[in-house]
Design a protein around this ligand. Structure first.
Ligand code: AMP
Length: 282
């Protein structure tokens, strides 16, 4: 499987595809790959001539040093995982100084109001880091199509905005959330959960499912109150936020408007591990 550890390696590896005018699909990841990543890669393979998967734990999007340090990095396992999907996948795993061409710092973006809601509010600087690294990755890979999970729904909206702001010629494709049988959204951070926390974590999915059901007949404040009360009584999970928002502006919603589309979003801690999830309500 082609492995490019520098941007110049990648340029060389992709040159024949570019010459032929082939479609390049791109799946950016931070590694510790699971079937959620796999679902994006499989879709990219079915819609492009060549697929690049980047593995890069981006320092500038972590607002918590311990979270960055403890982020799992099972690189050899990741290569085996991708090789089993398709040995033609191009893996791009650059060094930070190579990708950033020097100092590893964030640019400051004007993403507008969507960046100050939810993840933006609770993780200051996070979306500037995400925007900075994706801008660099997009310029290195020059993909036709790039694939992002709705698992990080707010990030997906930020990426669409980034592409507009940076005027990048790439189609952004959102992919549905891949879940374990018990409903837990797959996440690299799940590897850090103890067996007890792992058994408790599907409560997140159950709470979102209940909100989805209740959305048919209850008010938004009532749904939010009940979700908050359910977490307050939970012995293992600690809620950071539970919000219902319209999918376009991601502003906290208090009332339902018939023409709008809503999702419920939450972040919760299992010990030190921060988990996020979301679900469409209508
Ligand atoms: P990450 O490695 O966590 O940065 O994720 C890389 C990409 O995979 C992002 O676009 C995520 O939204 C997506 N992703 C992560 N987990 C899932 C999942 N359970 N289902 C679908 N996509 C996912």
């Amino acid at each position: 499987m082609p492995l490019c550890t520098s941007t110049s390696d990648l340029t060389q590896t992709l040159a024949p595809w570019r010459k032929q005018g082939g479609k390049i699909g791109f799946v950016p990841t931070m590694g510790a790959l699971h079937d959620g990543h796999g679902s994006l890669v499989t879709r990219a393979l079915s819609e492009n001539d060549c697929v690049v998967v980047s593995i890069f734990v981006n320092p500038t999007q972590f607002n918590n040093a311990a979270d960055l340090e403890k982020y799992p990095r099972p690189f050899e396992q990741d290569l085996t995982f991708l090789n089993a999907i398709d040995p033609k996948i191009v893996v791009y795993a650059p060094e930070a100084t190579d990708l950033y061409r020097g100092e590893v710092v964030s640019k400051s973006y004007r993403f507008g109001a969507i960046a100050s809601e939810m993840e933006g509010r609770h993780r200051p600087g996070h979306f500037d880091g995400v925007g900075t690294v994706l801008n660099l990755l997009f310029r290195a890979v020059e993909p036709t199509n790039a694939y992002f999970g709705e698992k990080d729904f707010q990030q997906l909206q930020i990426v669409r905005k980034l592409v507009e702001l940076e005027n990048l010629p790439v189609n952004i494709i959102g992919c549905t959330i891949h879940r374990a049988e018990d409903g837990l959204a797959m996440s690299s951070r799940n590897r850090r959960l103890t067996p007890e926390q792992l058994a408790a974590a599907p409560f997140i999915y159950k709470t979102l499912k209940k909100a989805q059901e209740d959305f048919k007949h209850k008010s938004i404040p009532a749904i939010v109150r009940e979700a908050e009360a359910a977490f307050a009584a939970h012995p293992i999970l600690e809620l950071e936020y539970f919000e219902i928002a319209g999918i376009h502006n991601l502003k906290t919603a208090y009332r339902k408007h018939p023409s709008n589309t809503y999702r419920a979003f939450l972040a919760a801690f299992a010990g030190e591990v921060r988990l996020i999830d979301n679900m469409g309500l209508n």
